[in-house]
Every structure is written in structure tokens, then in C-alpha cells.
Design a protein around this ligand. Structure first.
Ligand code: MRU
Length: 353
């Protein structure tokens, strides 16, 4: 069993012959390309928390296969539905901000309930089909998002991106990086500016890796250099992904995204959010209601450094996401089309589409 990111950029693979779920361990990139098997609820939760698998859509795809894998040892039990619900609830709490995790867990549980009359293994197989559907559907959604995004930029444009919203964070193409990768496939050239994305460096470690591999003219910058490149006129548009979009268009994405949006507004640069409709949380009225994951101070003070970079007892705040106010967003690009303000209307309009 092998998985080659260079050939197919696959970050999640379910091997049906051995009934094993594999992921590319993103916490090791770019230095080490390693595929690891993930078995059992504890390992699944650990993989999500440790960002071995990360990016809202990818976490959702992973969760789909996890619920299926969890159903296998339960499928002959009389109380299988209750047991699966209990485990799925724990899985869905592994990270709070990316709504795709709870969304995928909810879909799988609904399928488990709808198919409750099926005998043993057939019940689990219905869950496998649902997990595969979520995965394949994300590929076509990312493709459509990429097409829409590409329609907003032209050959030679400078695009600034934050965090990682590429194939590693989704299935294929990605969301925020999708237009660049699709355009590159068609022979177009862009100048990408990648924020390194402190503290976990998804920009430096993952986006740089993906854009570099794709042969895109890419320049890595520290987060605090975004204003510099914008002021110099090097940026024509900002493309970012999203972890949860509220019904009014307020958008949670990697910490630092809202700062990029504020700068873009100052310099008159369009700021685009790209994501599948599974990332829109219609039950969430605005950004105030989006739960923000808080992570360990260690990621700021110690991680990546050979010795601690702050006094040991110093107070530290490490929110993993922030909310970009809807008024700072030029458009939200989904697989169903490009939504413009007022987002409460345009997002509602695509809901039943
Ligand atoms: O903490 P992470 O690495 O999971 O955060 C990821 C992001 O914020 C991405 O920009 C977002 O999930 C969109 S991925 C297509």
C-alpha cells in the first residue's frame, strides 16, 4: 500500500481490501512525506487535533471514512446505532471551528439512521458509500469553485493567500488555491504571495509546497509583510479558504485572515473567500456565534525553535481562527456560484439551488 502525493496529491485514502484508513501526515510536511494508518477513535481524534489531517473540507472527508470504520466492529450489535452515535459525537468535538467536521458526522449518522433496517454488514456498506460520496463530491465542488475563482482573475495577476486552502486541505485543486492550480494547468501564470501563517506555518509548510510543486511563481512572506507587498501594487486579489461561514457572510478562517481583509480594503484590493457550501452554517446567524478554537501557548513560544523564544511564565493567547466581517469580503465563491453582498440574501439564494 503506497500513496504518492507527487503523483496524485492524495491526502486521504481508504483501502477497502485491508479496511484501513490512511492519511498523509501533514504535520511532517514539507520535510517528510509519510503515509500513516489511522485506526480506532482515539487515533482519529488525535490525528485531527494534532493537524495530521487539517483544512475544513479534508477534515470532513476524513470524518466520513472514520464513521464508516467505527461502524465495522459494531455492525452486528443490537445497539449499534447508539454506540455509533456516542463515538461520532466524540469525533465531531475534536475541533470546534471547522463546521465540515460536524457536518460530515451528521451526514453519516443520518445515513446510519435511515439505513437502520439493513442487516449487519450491509448497514456499514451504506455508510461507506456515503463517505465515498462526500469525498468524490468535494472533488467536483473544488473544481467548480476553481472555475468560478479563475473567472475573477487574469493571466499574470498577483494573488495573496493565507494559510493553506489547497489540495492538502480538501480533495483536489483546493478552494483558495484552486483557481491558481487550475489556471496553471491551462498554461496561465500567476504571482502568488503566501503568508507563512504563524504559528503553525501552514502557508510556509503546505501552500509553498503545493504551489512550488505546481510550478507557480510563488513568493513566501512573513504575515507582517502583507501590507508591504500590497502597497507596492504587487497584489491584484486575495484568495482565502474558510472554516465556517455564518448566514450573514461573516467568515471564520485561519488566524490572521481578518487582518489581510482589513489591509485589502485599505489598499482597494478585492478579498475573496472560497469554500464549498458544506462550510456555510445557516444555523449560525453571524460571526459572534462561531466557536473559536484556542490552542496551546507552546505553539507560539516553543514550537519550531531550538530553544524557548519567550520567558517561560509569560501569558500567551493562541486563537487558531478569527472572523472576517462580511463587510470586508468582496465575494464568497462556492460550487454553486459567486455570492456578492448582501450575503444574507445571496447565501440564502444558493441554499436550495
Ligand atoms: O488549522 P487548520 O490548518 O485546519 O486551518 C485551515 C484553514 O484555516 C483553511 O484556510 C480552511 O480550513 C480552508 S481549507 C480549504
Amino acid at each position: 500500500m503506497s500513496m504518492n502525493i507527487k503523483e496524485n496529491r492524495q491526502n486521504i485514502l481508504y483501502d477497502k481490501d485491508s479496511e484501513t484508513l490512511y492519511i498523509l501526515d501533514q504535520s511532517l510536511l514539507p520535510g517528510e512525506i509519510k503515509t500513516i494508518p489511522i485506526e480506532g477513535l482515539d487515533r482519529m481524534i488525535e490525528a485531527i487535533k494534532a493537524l495530521r489531517i487539517r483544512g475544513a473540507p479534508a477534515i470532513g472527508i476524513f470524518a466520513g471514512y472514520c464513521v464508516y470504520a467505527l461502524s465495522l466492529p459494531l455492525c452486528e450489535k443490537e445497539d449499534r446505532l447508539a454506540l455509533l452515535r456516542e463515538q461520532t459525537e466524540k469525533l465531531s468535538e475534536a475541533r470546534p471551528t471547522a463546521v465540515n467536521l460536524a457536518w460530515a458526522c451528521g451526514r453519516l449518522m443520518k445515513c446510519a439512521e435511515d439505513k437502520a433496517s439493513l442487516p449487519g454488514r450491509e448497514w456499514s456498506e451504506a455508510l461507506y458509500k456515503e463517505a465515498c460520496f462526500i469525498h468524490e463530491d468535494d472533488i467536483s465542488k473544488c473544481r467548480a469553485i476553481s472555475e468560478y475563482g479563475l473567472s475573477l482573475i487574469k493571466d499574470g495577476d498577483g494573488i495573496l493567500t493565507h494559510c493553506n486552502a489547497g489540495p492538502l486541505a480538501t480533495s483536489k485543486y483546493g478552494t483558495g488555491l484552486g483557481p491558481l492550480l487550475l489556471g496553471r494547468e491551462r498554461g496561465m501564470n500567476f504571482r502568488a504571495y503566501t503568508d507563512e501563517t504563524r504559528p503553525l506555518l501552514q502557508g510556509a509548510r503546505l501552500t509553498s509546497y503545493e504551489l512550488f510543486e505546481a510550478g507557480i511563481d510563488e513568493t513566501l512572506i512573513c504575515d507582517n509583510m502583507a501590507s508591504f507587498v500590497m502597497k507596492k501594487g504587487l497584489v491584484n486579489a486575495c484568495f482565502v479558504g474558510c472554516d465556517r461561514v455564518a448566514a450573514n457572510g461573516d467568515t471564520a478562517n485561519k488566524i490572521g485572515t481578518s487582518g489581510v481583509a482589513i489591509l485589502a480594503k485599505h489598499y482597494g484590493i478585492p478579498f475573496y473567500v472560497l469554500g464549498p457550501t458544506s462550510t456555510i452554517d445557516y444555523s449560525c446567524p453571524d460571526g459572534e456565534h462561531i466557536p473559536i478554537e484556542m490552542r496551546s501557548p507552546d505553539e507560539i513560544k516553543n514550537m519550531w525553535y531550538s530553544k524557548p523564544m519567550a520567558p517561560e511564565g509569560v501569558k500567551c493567547l493562541n486563537p487558531a481562527f478569527d472572523v472576517t466581517d462580511a463587510e470586508l469580503i468582496t465575494a464568497i465563491i462556492t460550487e454553486k456560484g459567486i455570492c456578492y453582498p448582501p450575503f444574507s440574501e445571496s447565501l440564502a439564494a444558493i441554499r436550495e439551488k
